[in-house]
Design a protein around this ligand. Structure first.
Ligand SMILES: Nc1ncnc2c1ncn2[C@@H]1O[C@H](COP(=O)(O)OP(=O)(O)O)[C@@H](O)[C@H]1O
Ligand SMILES: [Mg+2]
Length: 417
């Protein structure tokens, strides 16, 4: 092997201000595809010299304490990567991105983010958990569950979809229990994972696509299906039109991209009676429809974002801390320990020690380094860092010191404490 870690991107001056020296690569199998062409064009306009790398032409090397990467047999020396990974090569594309992340190369979307967004069940679990509105959804593994699923999502008709579908393939509308059961049975037989979803009737044949770049919706459009079709995908010949997105929709779109860890995302939203519902988040959104419908230079927005952000690498804090044995991050959900509600934060830790809580999550916001007098609430989640054994001991101790009758920790943990 000829390339060294330094050549492949680690060990550079992290603080350098990147400008036209920024080496940018676009991971794409189709240099002639509209979105790739537009990204190249906008990068060139900014004096950059972008390289289109085929994600299938990488070789990844892992050895003792070092990893390396080659593209077409050559060292891959780039600072930033914008990925356009097609669904058919998700697994391979994600492997490449993970490798690049480990080398400290800036990626617009992480491998983990792409994986989550490509599994409609996983994505909706994360969205729902973060209180982002989603249609009612059930995951069914057996046809005996179909009726219960239909009831749970609010009755017929229902939408049935495969968890890994794209471009409207694998999305169906069914009006009777029998039809629903037959379809689920057929799909299960082909080994697919199936979701039964609430049908949002008021949004029949249309949806909103919001293009999120960074923390902002840079462009949006409404898509409409043709004729009786209920799926509004552009690739199913849907039409697109400009739309002025209400704040509520912008917020839902930005939060959805953010909780999935995507910096560039196409968020699909349904317009339901009570506001937006996030349907799915696309990690390689097509640019053609949205640039034409909105008149916004989305490719330019992406390039500008990349050039402004590459100096800052995001890190997985937990992974970083774990390089030191015994250290890490842990979270404490107060709802699991209701006895702590109303207690001051300081009561969780030994007197006269610095409070090892770097953030407290409350009402969709984070309180950084909360004061030790802060009173805990039922919905709070504490994020603590430090030496894990010590942290656990301290937290257990705090729970033990409150009246035993309200004690909520499983018996096994009590005896350990
Ligand atoms: N629950 C639903 N209610 C109403 N329309 C839906 C629903 N789910 C999907 N659709 C329609 O079908 C289209 C495709 O569904 P989606 O879940 O985005 O799958 P894909 O990944 O194949 O695009 C959506 O853009 C929307 O128009
Ligand atoms: Mg979609």
């Amino acid at each position: 092997m000829t390339t060294s870690m330094e050549e492949s991107g680690v060990g550079r001056d992290e603080g350098a201000a990147y400008d036209v020296d920024l080496r940018i690569a676009i991971l794409s199998r189709g240099p002639r595809l509209y979105s790739t062409r537009r990204l190249v064009e906008e990068a060139k306009k900014r004096g950059l010299d972008p390289y289109v790398a085929d994600p299938m032409k990488f070789s990844l090397f892992v050895a003792d304490g070092r990893i390396d990467i080659l593209h077409n047999g050559e060292p891959f020396n780039y600072d930033a990567v914008i990925s356009r990974i097609g669904h058919s090569i998700t697994k391979h594309g994600v492997a490449v991105l993970r490798h690049l992340e480990q080398l400290g190369i800036w990626t617009a979307n992480t491998g983990a983010g792409i994986l989550k967004s490509r599994d409609k069940l996983h994505a909706s679990q994360i969205l729902a958990r973060n209180r982002i509105p989603v249609p009612r959804t059930t995951y069914v593994r057996d046809i005996i569950d179909v009726e219960t699923a239909i009831d749970f999502v609010g009755g017929l008709p229902v939408v049935i979809k495969v968890t890994q579908g794209t471009q409207g393939q694998g999305v169906f509308l069914r009006h009777t229990t029998r039809e629903a059961r037959n379809l689920v049975q057929g799909l299960l037989l082909t080994g697919r994972s199936i979701l039964v979803q609430e049908y949002i009737a008021e949004s029949h044949g249309k949806d909103i696509r919001a293009l999120v770049v960074g923390d902002r919706v840079v462009a949006s459009m409404r898509r409409r299906a043709r004729g009786r079709e209920f799926r509004s995908n552009y690739h199913l010949n849907g039409t697109v039109e400009n739309v002025d997105l209400p704040k509520e929709y912008e917020e839902a779109a930005c939060r959805a991209a953010r909780v999935l860890g995507l910096h560039v995302a196409g968020v699909d939203l349904l317009e339901a009676k009570n506001g937006p519902l996030v349907l799915e988040v696309n990690s390689s959104p097509g640019l053609e429809g949205i640039e034409k419908a909105s008149g916004v230079n989305v490719a330019g927005e992406i390039i500008d974002y990349v050039t402004s952000e590459t100096a800052f690498a995001e890190i997985d804090l937990d992974q970083l801390l774990r390089t030191v044995p015994g250290a890490g991050v842990l979270s404490l959900q107060i709802r699991n320990h209701p006895v702590l509600v109303g207690q001051p934060l300081a009561s969780l830790f030994k007197p006269n020690v610095d409070i090892p809580v770097f953030a407290l999550s409350r009402d969709n916001s984070l309180l950084w380094n909360p004061s030790d007098e802060l009173q805990l609430r039922y919905e709070d989640v504490l994020i603590c860092y430090g030496e894990l054994t010590e942290l656990r001991t301290s937290l257990r101790q705090a729970m033990l010191e409150v009246p035993q009758k309200a004690f909520d920790v499983p018996a096994s943990e009590e005896t350990n404490a």
